[in-house]
Design a protein around this ligand. Structure first.
Ligand code: SF4
Length: 194
C-alpha cells in the first residue's frame, strides 16, 4: 500500500523466485521466504503494481523450469514479465561455484520448454544474460541485452560473429566461466531474431 501511494509513473518491481516448491525455494535462499514472497506478489497485484518475476537458472533450479513456468502461469497470470537469468558468478555464486554452475547449453531443453510454455499462453518471457549462439534458434528472440555496459564483455571466440551487435555478451566476472559451446555465427540464416 505504501509503495502504491508513491504513484510512480514508471516503476516495475522484479521479484526473485527460485522454485515452484516452497522447500526448494527456502533451501536455495537459506531462509523461509517462499510464502512471504508469494504473499508479496499478491499484495502488489492487489494494488495494481507492475511486477516481474526473476528466475536465476543454475544447477539447482534448471530441472523444474517447465513446471515452474506452469506454476507461474496458473498462480501469477498478472505479472508483466518473467525473466530467466543466466547466473553471474560473483558474491555467493562465486563462493558456491561448484554447487551452482552448469553450462547454459546443458539446460537448453528445460529453458526452451519453459519459455515457449509461457509465450504460447500469452505471457511475456525473457532470457537475460544469455549468449545467442548457445540458445536454440527458436527462443533467441526472447533474449535481451541485459548486462550493464560497464561489466559487459565479449571473448576472443566472438571475433567476426554476425550476431555481435544483437548478442548480450558476457559478464566480466564470467570471462573464465562461460559455456563451452560459444561459437561465432557466420551467417544469419533466417529472421529468427526480432
Ligand atoms: S559468438 Fe559471441 S557474439 Fe556471437 S552469438 Fe556467441 S557469444 Fe554472442
Amino acid at each position: 500500500m505504501k509503495l502504491a501511494k508513491c504513484r510512480h509513473h514508471d516503476l516495475q518491481i522484479d521479484i526473485p523466485l527460485f522454485s515452484d516448491i516452497a522447500e526448494e525455494h527456502n533451501r536455495i535462499v537459506g531462509a523461509k521466504t517462499f510464502y512471504k514472497t508469494v504473499q508479496g506478489l499478491y499484495n502488489l497485484a492487489l494494488f495494481h503494481q507492475r511486477i516481474g518475476i526473476r528466475i536465476v537458472v543454475h544447477k539447482q533450479t534448471y530441472k523444474r523450469l517447465p513446471q515452474f513456468a506452469d506454476y507461474i502461469y496458473h498462480n501469477f497470470p498478472f505479472v508483466a514479465q518473467v525473466a530467466f537469468m543466466q547466473m553471474e558468478t560473483t558474491g555467493l555464486a562465486k563462493e558456491n561455484f561448484d554447487q551452482l554452475w552448469i553450462d547454459p547449453y546443458d539446460y537448453n531443453t528445460e529453458l526452451r520448454e519453459a519459455v515457449l510454455l509461457l509465450a504460447d499462453r500469452g505471457m511475456k518471457p525473457y532470457i537475460y544474460n544469455a549468449q545467442l549462439c548457445v540458445l536454440p534458434e527458436d527462443i533467441r528472440r526472447y533474449a535481451q541485452q541485459s548486462i550493464s555496459d560497464w561489466k559487459d564483455i565479449y571473448i576472443p571466440e566472438c571475433e567476426g560473429c554476425v550476431l555481435r551487435g544483437q548478442c548480450g555478451g558476457f559478464f566480466e566476472s564470467n570471462r573464465n566461466a562461460h559455456s563451452s559451446h560459444i561459437k561465432k555465427v557466420k551467417h544469419i540464416s533466417s529472421d529468427i531474431l526480432c
